[in-house]
Design a binder for this molecule. Sequence first.
Ligand code: URA
Length: 211
Amino acid sequence: MIRLDKFLSEMSGWTRSEVKKIVRTGSVTVDGNEVKKPETKIDEKLSIVSVDGRQIKYNKYEYYMLNKPKGFVSATTDREHKTVVDIISSSEKKDLFPVGRLDIDTEGLLLITNDGELAHRLLAPKNHVEKTYYVEVSGILDVDAVEKGIDIGEEKNTIPAKMEILKTDIQNNISSCYLTIHEGKFHQVKRMMKKLGKTVTYLKRVSMGSL
Ligand code: URA
């Protein structure tokens, strides 16, 4: 059970005070009956709530495919920096979190949700969910090195990754590639590149699983 005004503000994006005004005007019905008290308790899954005859459906979960900019931390709160959750300012959900992490200077796809089960499925190491990054490095890349697996100081070598080289500029000593990995070790791409003697100068995640 949930308060009618909470339900409506979570599902519509109206503020609680806007919702209270709307409810008091008599525009809202619950199971066909006009309800003018914002504090009325409703069953969020079963009650049929309408505003001016338009039904407002209940969605427990929200999903955002965020194109994370640089400068934001992948956390729900932080003392120093803005977080990726701060970007989703339109949401009334209080329990949004990022599915995994991108470094503060990494850009690209980050799923933000309050669906813990989905997050668990996407992050569980045994599921080997593919993640593809666009990577720019100083240095010249070699496909073979990542395809064999790399010792980055973990118990086991990295699972063989896939690299598609996009640019090799020998004169300026820079390269770029798409790198697809099946794990999510801390700073994994940067550590893999470091081990190969390259420094990542730009990193952007372009896909995660089927997203
Ligand atoms: N690998 C990294 O090194 N950093 C990221 O943000 C993501 C993957």
